[in-house]
Design a protein around this ligand. Structure first.
Ligand SMILES: CC(C)(COP(=O)(O)OP(=O)(O)OC[C@H]1O[C@@H](n2cnc3c(N)ncnc32)[C@H](O)[C@@H]1OP(=O)(O)O)[C@@H](O)C(=O)NCCC(=O)NCCS
Length: 225
């Protein structure tokens, strides 16, 4: 057995196929162009960005959907996305194979009514970036449409994604950050067993107001999912 973490088997710029991750209530799947209206709805809603920063305009959301639709890359600082969907009644048939099929159909703009229906309604997005390659550390972030909050969806999405990151890249540590007023966000971190490591005071200037930041983390050996 090699002691070299799987992360170092990748080149930072190497494209990585986005997985399909199936949970109890959710399926995480790659983003496609047809997701734009749903992502646009929550990302342009000022309430959604209340504790994050500036509200995205239409152009920025188009860029984000394009970026989330492209393969993951592990170069430090690049955000990689995956879409959260409600698990539909057809979810038993959701598989990587279905996804390959979906992608083929969705890439043909005229026939968007594809196997996408297998994946249920779009709930939100969860993202990660390699925060520090040498020290095998990644950061995660998440946003949900307000229609779907309060159902434990984000907690499940974090469990699915972080389990995947630890297993496939053998990262040493995963971190998450939020504004201390964003209780729902840090409750998600606490529910999955992340620990609070720092409270930075007046750390970011957001819409003219100095805001604090909480840092949470989990080390691979303490991850229990
Ligand atoms: C933060 C966010 C992703 C959480 O998503 P979610 O699916 O509702 O999260 P979950 O249901 O998995 O868990 C939220 C937890 O916070 C709790 N919570 C929410 N608001 C709370 C409050 N004001 N006080 C105490 N607990 C609160 C919920 O009760 C739940 O805990 P429980 O399951 O123990 O009851 C969602 O609210 C969101 O998208 N917000 C806008 C974007 C954002 O701020 N993203 C995070 C940036 S750091």
């Amino acid at each position: 057995m090699s002691n070299i973490p799987k992360l170092f088997e990748y080149q930072p710029e190497e494209p990585i196929t986005i997985p399909v991750l199936v949970g109890e209530k959710l399926v995480l799947r790659p983003c496609v162009a047809a997701d734009l209206p749903a992502v646009m709805a929550y990302r342009t809603d000022p309430a959604n960005s209340q504790y994050i920063g500036n509200v995205d305009d239409k152009e920025r959301v188009q860029q984000i959907v394009a970026q989330h639709s492209s393969p993951w890359r592990l170069e430090s600082g690049r955000w990689n996305g995956i879409i959260m969907c409600e698990k539909s009644v057809n979810a038993a048939s959701v598989s990587e194979l279905d996804w390959q099929q979906t992608k083929l159909v969705v890439s043909n703009e005229s026939t968007v009514d594809s196997t996408l229906h297998l994946y249920g309604d779009l709930v939100g997005e969860i993202v990660f970036r390699i925060d520090d390659w040498e020290n095998q550390r990644a950061e995660i972030g998440y946003r949900l449409s307000p229609k779907y909050t309060g159902n434990g969806y984000c907690t499940e999405a974090v469990k699915l994604l972080v389990s995947y990151l630890f297993k496939h890249f053998e990262l040493h540590k995963v971190i998450a950050r939020c504004d201390p007023r964003n209780i729902a966000s840090y409750r998600v971190m606490e529910k999955v067993g992340m620990v609070r490591e720092a409270h930075f005071h007046q750390h970011f200037l957001v819409r003219g107001e100095w805001t604090d930041q909480l840092d949470y983390s989990v080390i691979r050996e303490n991850w229990r999912y």
